[in-house]
Design a binder for this molecule. Structure first.
Ligand SMILES: C=C(O[C@@H]1C=C(C(=O)O)C=C[C@H]1O)C(=O)O
Length: 338
Protein backbone atom coordinates (compact mmCIF):
# COMPACT_ATOMS: atom_id res chain seq x y z
CA UNK A 1 0.00 0.00 0.00
CA UNK A 2 2.94 2.33 0.68
CA UNK A 3 3.81 2.40 -3.02
CA UNK A 4 0.26 3.33 -3.86
CA UNK A 5 0.36 6.18 -1.30
CA UNK A 6 3.64 7.49 -2.70
CA UNK A 7 2.26 7.38 -6.22
CA UNK A 8 -0.89 9.25 -5.20
CA UNK A 9 1.18 11.92 -3.47
CA UNK A 10 3.36 12.32 -6.58
CA UNK A 11 0.29 12.57 -8.83
CA UNK A 12 -1.45 14.80 -6.28
CA UNK A 13 -4.54 12.59 -6.15
CA UNK A 14 -6.83 12.35 -3.09
CA UNK A 15 -6.59 9.42 -0.70
CA UNK A 16 -7.22 8.49 2.92
CA UNK A 17 -5.52 5.94 5.16
CA UNK A 18 -7.19 4.90 8.40
CA UNK A 19 -7.09 2.43 11.27
CA UNK A 20 -10.07 1.71 13.50
CA UNK A 21 -9.63 1.88 17.29
CA UNK A 22 -7.84 -1.16 18.76
CA UNK A 23 -7.26 -2.70 15.33
CA UNK A 24 -4.04 -3.21 13.51
CA UNK A 25 -5.47 -3.23 10.02
CA UNK A 26 -4.65 -0.34 7.71
CA UNK A 27 -7.28 0.63 5.15
CA UNK A 28 -6.76 2.92 2.18
CA UNK A 29 -9.19 4.55 -0.22
CA UNK A 30 -7.63 6.07 -3.34
CA UNK A 31 -9.58 8.44 -5.58
CA UNK A 32 -8.72 8.33 -9.29
CA UNK A 33 -9.42 11.98 -10.12
CA UNK A 34 -8.90 15.17 -8.15
CA UNK A 35 -12.54 16.39 -8.00
CA UNK A 36 -13.99 17.66 -4.78
CA UNK A 37 -17.05 15.46 -4.21
CA UNK A 38 -19.72 16.91 -1.94
CA UNK A 39 -21.15 14.39 0.49
CA UNK A 40 -24.79 13.81 -0.41
CA UNK A 41 -25.37 10.38 1.07
CA UNK A 42 -23.11 8.34 -1.23
CA UNK A 43 -20.84 5.68 0.36
CA UNK A 44 -17.20 6.40 1.12
CA UNK A 45 -14.97 8.30 3.52
CA UNK A 46 -16.60 11.55 4.62
CA UNK A 47 -14.63 14.61 5.70
CA UNK A 48 -16.74 17.39 7.18
CA UNK A 49 -15.55 20.76 8.45
CA UNK A 50 -16.46 22.39 11.77
CA UNK A 51 -18.84 24.72 9.90
CA UNK A 52 -20.44 21.76 8.10
CA UNK A 53 -18.84 21.79 4.66
CA UNK A 54 -19.30 18.14 3.67
CA UNK A 55 -16.86 16.28 1.40
CA UNK A 56 -16.33 12.64 0.57
CA UNK A 57 -13.87 10.33 -1.12
CA UNK A 58 -16.52 8.12 -2.72
CA UNK A 59 -16.12 4.33 -2.64
CA UNK A 60 -17.50 4.09 -6.14
CA UNK A 61 -14.74 4.63 -8.69
CA UNK A 62 -11.97 4.59 -6.05
CA UNK A 63 -9.48 1.81 -5.22
CA UNK A 64 -9.87 0.24 -1.79
CA UNK A 65 -7.01 -1.60 -0.12
CA UNK A 66 -6.37 -3.22 3.25
CA UNK A 67 -3.35 -4.82 4.87
CA UNK A 68 -1.85 -5.56 8.27
CA UNK A 69 -0.36 -2.36 9.64
CA UNK A 70 3.37 -2.82 9.82
CA UNK A 71 5.00 0.53 9.15
CA UNK A 72 8.18 1.05 11.16
CA UNK A 73 7.61 2.27 14.64
CA UNK A 74 10.24 4.99 14.71
CA UNK A 75 11.30 6.60 18.01
CA UNK A 76 8.72 8.09 20.24
CA UNK A 77 9.83 11.41 21.55
CA UNK A 78 8.84 13.27 24.66
CA UNK A 79 8.43 17.00 24.13
CA UNK A 80 8.95 19.75 26.57
CA UNK A 81 6.16 22.19 27.15
CA UNK A 82 7.16 25.09 24.97
CA UNK A 83 5.08 28.21 24.34
CA UNK A 84 5.46 31.97 24.24
CA UNK A 85 4.13 34.20 27.01
CA UNK A 86 2.26 36.12 24.31
CA UNK A 87 0.35 33.05 23.17
CA UNK A 88 -0.47 32.20 26.77
CA UNK A 89 -1.71 35.69 27.59
CA UNK A 90 -3.75 35.87 24.40
CA UNK A 91 -5.54 32.59 25.15
CA UNK A 92 -6.10 33.44 28.82
CA UNK A 93 -7.63 36.78 27.79
CA UNK A 94 -10.14 35.04 25.53
CA UNK A 95 -10.99 32.54 28.28
CA UNK A 96 -11.54 35.46 30.67
CA UNK A 97 -13.83 37.09 28.13
CA UNK A 98 -15.78 33.82 27.84
CA UNK A 99 -16.06 33.67 31.65
CA UNK A 100 -17.52 37.19 31.67
CA UNK A 101 -20.02 36.17 29.00
CA UNK A 102 -21.00 33.08 31.02
CA UNK A 103 -21.43 35.24 34.12
CA UNK A 104 -23.66 37.60 32.13
CA UNK A 105 -25.84 34.63 31.23
CA UNK A 106 -25.01 34.54 27.48
CA UNK A 107 -24.21 30.82 27.48
CA UNK A 108 -23.28 27.96 29.85
CA UNK A 109 -20.27 26.50 28.09
CA UNK A 110 -18.00 27.35 25.18
CA UNK A 111 -15.12 25.30 23.77
CA UNK A 112 -12.22 27.56 22.86
CA UNK A 113 -9.30 26.39 20.82
CA UNK A 114 -5.80 27.37 19.74
CA UNK A 115 -4.04 26.93 16.44
CA UNK A 116 -0.39 26.19 17.18
CA UNK A 117 1.81 26.84 14.14
CA UNK A 118 5.13 25.06 13.85
CA UNK A 119 7.59 25.76 11.04
CA UNK A 120 8.56 22.30 9.94
CA UNK A 121 8.60 20.10 6.87
CA UNK A 122 7.58 16.57 7.82
CA UNK A 123 7.86 13.21 6.13
CA UNK A 124 4.19 12.38 5.82
CA UNK A 125 4.20 8.59 5.89
CA UNK A 126 6.74 8.26 8.69
CA UNK A 127 4.88 10.79 10.81
CA UNK A 128 1.56 9.03 10.28
CA UNK A 129 3.22 5.73 11.08
CA UNK A 130 4.41 7.09 14.43
CA UNK A 131 0.93 8.46 15.15
CA UNK A 132 -0.73 5.14 14.30
CA UNK A 133 1.74 3.20 16.45
CA UNK A 134 1.53 5.51 19.38
CA UNK A 135 -2.25 5.79 19.81
CA UNK A 136 -3.68 2.30 19.19
CA UNK A 137 -7.00 2.98 20.94
CA UNK A 138 -7.80 6.02 18.76
CA UNK A 139 -9.29 6.29 15.28
CA UNK A 140 -6.21 7.21 13.24
CA UNK A 141 -6.21 8.72 9.78
CA UNK A 142 -4.20 10.51 7.15
CA UNK A 143 -6.30 12.45 4.63
CA UNK A 144 -4.92 14.09 1.52
CA UNK A 145 -6.78 16.05 -1.12
CA UNK A 146 -4.87 18.53 -3.30
CA UNK A 147 -7.79 20.98 -3.23
CA UNK A 148 -8.88 20.47 0.40
CA UNK A 149 -5.67 19.93 2.33
CA UNK A 150 -3.70 17.36 4.23
CA UNK A 151 -4.71 16.35 7.75
CA UNK A 152 -3.86 13.59 10.18
CA UNK A 153 -5.10 12.74 13.63
CA UNK A 154 -5.72 10.19 16.36
CA UNK A 155 -9.13 10.95 17.79
CA UNK A 156 -10.60 9.40 20.94
CA UNK A 157 -14.13 10.68 20.23
CA UNK A 158 -16.80 8.78 18.32
CA UNK A 159 -19.48 10.98 16.79
CA UNK A 160 -21.72 8.03 15.97
CA UNK A 161 -21.53 4.38 15.03
CA UNK A 162 -24.54 2.70 13.41
CA UNK A 163 -24.89 -0.91 12.34
CA UNK A 164 -28.07 -2.97 11.82
CA UNK A 165 -30.15 -0.10 13.22
CA UNK A 166 -28.16 -0.10 16.46
CA UNK A 167 -26.43 3.20 17.23
CA UNK A 168 -23.83 4.25 19.73
CA UNK A 169 -22.53 7.71 20.52
CA UNK A 170 -20.54 9.17 23.39
CA UNK A 171 -20.44 12.20 25.58
CA UNK A 172 -16.76 12.97 26.14
CA UNK A 173 -15.44 15.92 28.12
CA UNK A 174 -13.23 16.75 31.09
CA UNK A 175 -9.48 16.36 30.75
CA UNK A 176 -6.58 15.50 33.06
CA UNK A 177 -3.08 14.28 32.58
CA UNK A 178 -3.15 10.56 33.26
CA UNK A 179 -0.09 10.52 35.53
CA UNK A 180 -1.44 13.12 37.98
CA UNK A 181 -5.14 12.21 37.86
CA UNK A 182 -6.98 11.67 41.15
CA UNK A 183 -10.65 12.50 40.75
CA UNK A 184 -13.06 14.58 38.67
CA UNK A 185 -13.94 18.04 39.97
CA UNK A 186 -17.46 19.49 39.98
CA UNK A 187 -16.43 21.71 37.03
CA UNK A 188 -15.51 18.70 34.92
CA UNK A 189 -18.56 16.70 35.96
CA UNK A 190 -20.76 19.66 35.02
CA UNK A 191 -19.10 20.29 31.63
CA UNK A 192 -19.49 16.64 30.68
CA UNK A 193 -23.11 16.52 31.89
CA UNK A 194 -23.90 19.45 29.56
CA UNK A 195 -22.73 17.30 26.64
CA UNK A 196 -24.73 14.24 27.78
CA UNK A 197 -27.94 16.28 28.27
CA UNK A 198 -27.56 17.92 24.88
CA UNK A 199 -27.08 14.59 23.11
CA UNK A 200 -30.11 13.03 24.85
CA UNK A 201 -32.28 16.06 24.05
CA UNK A 202 -31.33 15.90 20.38
CA UNK A 203 -31.71 12.15 20.03
CA UNK A 204 -35.15 11.56 21.39
CA UNK A 205 -37.16 12.48 18.27
CA UNK A 206 -35.09 10.15 16.08
CA UNK A 207 -34.61 6.97 18.11
CA UNK A 208 -36.80 4.03 19.07
CA UNK A 209 -34.97 3.40 22.35
CA UNK A 210 -32.02 4.77 24.26
CA UNK A 211 -29.68 3.50 26.97
CA UNK A 212 -27.25 5.67 28.94
CA UNK A 213 -24.20 4.38 30.84
CA UNK A 214 -22.80 5.91 34.01
CA UNK A 215 -19.93 8.35 33.32
CA UNK A 216 -16.53 6.61 33.54
CA UNK A 217 -12.86 7.50 33.04
CA UNK A 218 -11.15 6.66 29.75
CA UNK A 219 -7.55 7.02 28.64
CA UNK A 220 -6.57 8.88 25.49
CA UNK A 221 -2.78 8.78 25.11
CA UNK A 222 -1.27 10.64 28.04
CA UNK A 223 -4.68 12.09 29.03
CA UNK A 224 -7.87 10.89 30.67
CA UNK A 225 -11.43 12.02 29.90
CA UNK A 226 -14.87 11.49 31.38
CA UNK A 227 -17.12 9.47 29.08
CA UNK A 228 -20.74 8.30 28.91
CA UNK A 229 -21.91 5.80 26.30
CA UNK A 230 -25.33 6.46 24.81
CA UNK A 231 -26.78 3.69 22.66
CA UNK A 232 -30.06 2.42 21.25
CA UNK A 233 -32.05 1.66 18.13
CA UNK A 234 -32.89 3.77 15.10
CA UNK A 235 -35.56 3.05 12.53
CA UNK A 236 -33.74 4.01 9.31
CA UNK A 237 -30.74 5.73 7.82
CA UNK A 238 -32.79 8.94 7.65
CA UNK A 239 -32.82 8.95 11.47
CA UNK A 240 -29.04 8.60 11.47
CA UNK A 241 -28.70 11.54 9.07
CA UNK A 242 -30.95 13.70 11.24
CA UNK A 243 -29.09 12.71 14.41
CA UNK A 244 -25.77 13.75 12.87
CA UNK A 245 -27.24 17.02 11.66
CA UNK A 246 -28.65 17.71 15.15
CA UNK A 247 -25.56 16.63 17.07
CA UNK A 248 -22.78 18.34 15.15
CA UNK A 249 -21.11 20.33 16.60
CA UNK A 250 -21.81 18.98 20.09
CA UNK A 251 -21.05 20.95 23.27
CA UNK A 252 -17.89 18.77 23.53
CA UNK A 253 -16.33 20.88 20.76
CA UNK A 254 -18.59 23.96 20.51
CA UNK A 255 -20.59 24.79 23.63
CA UNK A 256 -24.11 25.27 24.91
CA UNK A 257 -26.46 26.77 23.81
CA UNK A 258 -25.01 26.02 20.39
CA UNK A 259 -25.80 29.26 18.51
CA UNK A 260 -24.48 31.54 21.25
CA UNK A 261 -21.33 29.46 21.64
CA UNK A 262 -20.77 29.42 17.86
CA UNK A 263 -21.10 33.19 17.76
CA UNK A 264 -18.56 33.62 20.56
CA UNK A 265 -16.13 31.29 18.79
CA UNK A 266 -16.42 33.06 15.45
CA UNK A 267 -16.00 36.48 17.07
CA UNK A 268 -13.06 35.55 19.28
CA UNK A 269 -10.96 32.77 17.77
CA UNK A 270 -9.00 34.61 15.11
CA UNK A 271 -8.78 31.79 12.59
CA UNK A 272 -10.87 29.29 10.70
CA UNK A 273 -11.08 25.88 12.44
CA UNK A 274 -11.47 24.27 9.01
CA UNK A 275 -11.71 20.50 9.64
CA UNK A 276 -10.66 20.60 13.31
CA UNK A 277 -13.70 19.63 15.43
CA UNK A 278 -15.55 18.60 12.28
CA UNK A 279 -16.14 14.87 11.76
CA UNK A 280 -14.86 12.14 9.50
CA UNK A 281 -15.05 8.45 8.77
CA UNK A 282 -17.05 5.77 7.05
CA UNK A 283 -20.48 6.07 5.52
CA UNK A 284 -22.17 3.10 3.85
CA UNK A 285 -25.52 4.11 2.37
CA UNK A 286 -26.37 0.60 1.04
CA UNK A 287 -25.85 -1.05 4.43
CA UNK A 288 -27.24 1.96 6.33
CA UNK A 289 -24.12 1.93 8.49
CA UNK A 290 -21.80 4.67 9.69
CA UNK A 291 -18.63 4.86 11.75
CA UNK A 292 -17.85 8.54 12.29
CA UNK A 293 -15.44 10.32 14.63
CA UNK A 294 -14.96 13.90 15.77
CA UNK A 295 -11.79 15.37 14.27
CA UNK A 296 -9.74 16.01 17.44
CA UNK A 297 -6.05 15.55 18.30
CA UNK A 298 -5.30 16.44 14.71
CA UNK A 299 -2.94 18.51 12.66
CA UNK A 300 -2.95 20.14 9.27
CA UNK A 301 0.10 19.72 7.09
CA UNK A 302 1.17 22.61 4.88
CA UNK A 303 4.27 22.81 2.66
CA UNK A 304 6.73 23.90 5.38
CA UNK A 305 4.40 24.25 8.33
CA UNK A 306 2.24 22.22 10.70
CA UNK A 307 -0.89 23.57 12.36
CA UNK A 308 -1.95 21.78 15.54
CA UNK A 309 -5.49 22.49 16.74
CA UNK A 310 -6.41 22.00 20.39
CA UNK A 311 -9.32 23.17 22.49
CA UNK A 312 -10.91 22.93 25.92
CA UNK A 313 -14.33 23.43 27.44
CA UNK A 314 -14.91 26.65 29.39
CA UNK A 315 -17.63 26.81 32.05
CA UNK A 316 -18.30 29.25 34.89
CA UNK A 317 -15.76 27.48 37.12
CA UNK A 318 -12.87 27.55 34.63
CA UNK A 319 -9.49 28.99 35.49
CA UNK A 320 -7.82 30.65 32.45
CA UNK A 321 -4.30 29.45 33.25
CA UNK A 322 -5.42 25.84 33.84
CA UNK A 323 -7.30 25.91 30.55
CA UNK A 324 -4.20 27.12 28.73
CA UNK A 325 -2.17 24.25 30.17
CA UNK A 326 -4.91 21.81 29.20
CA UNK A 327 -4.47 22.86 25.55
CA UNK A 328 -0.68 22.51 25.95
CA UNK A 329 -1.09 18.97 27.27
CA UNK A 330 -3.41 18.09 24.41
CA UNK A 331 -0.91 19.50 21.92
CA UNK A 332 1.77 17.11 23.25
CA UNK A 333 -0.18 14.25 21.68
CA UNK A 334 0.68 15.61 18.23
CA UNK A 335 3.99 17.29 19.03
CA UNK A 336 5.40 13.99 20.23
CA UNK A 337 5.09 12.41 16.78
CA UNK A 338 6.58 15.29 14.76
C1 LIG B 1 -11.77 20.15 22.10
C2 LIG B 1 -10.99 19.09 22.33
O1 LIG B 1 -11.38 18.03 23.10
C3 LIG B 1 -12.70 17.95 23.63
C4 LIG B 1 -12.79 18.72 24.87
C5 LIG B 1 -12.53 18.13 26.10
C6 LIG B 1 -12.50 18.98 27.35
O2 LIG B 1 -12.86 20.16 27.29
O3 LIG B 1 -12.07 18.49 28.41
C7 LIG B 1 -12.32 16.76 26.20
C8 LIG B 1 -12.48 15.97 25.13
C9 LIG B 1 -12.99 16.48 23.86
O4 LIG B 1 -14.37 16.33 23.79
C10 LIG B 1 -9.65 18.95 21.70
O5 LIG B 1 -9.01 17.91 21.90
O6 LIG B 1 -9.23 19.86 20.98
Amino acid sequence: MLDKVKKHLELRLPFVLYLLPNQNKLYGLFQKDDFIYDFKGQSGFVFVSFDDEKHIIPSEGSDFMEEEFSFDSANQTEVLINYSENEKKHFEDIVQKALNSIQNGNFEKVVLSRKIEIEKKIELIETFSRLANRYPTAFRYLFFHPKIGCWMGATPEQLIKVENNHFETVSLAGTHQKNSFEKWSSKEIQEQQIVTDYILDNLHKEVLSVKVSEPFTVEAGSLVHLKTIISGEVHSIENTKNIIQNLHPTPAVCGFPKEKALQFISENENYDRKFYAGYLGLWNEEEASANLFVNLRCLEVEENKINIYVGCGITGESNPENEFFETEHKSQIMKSIL
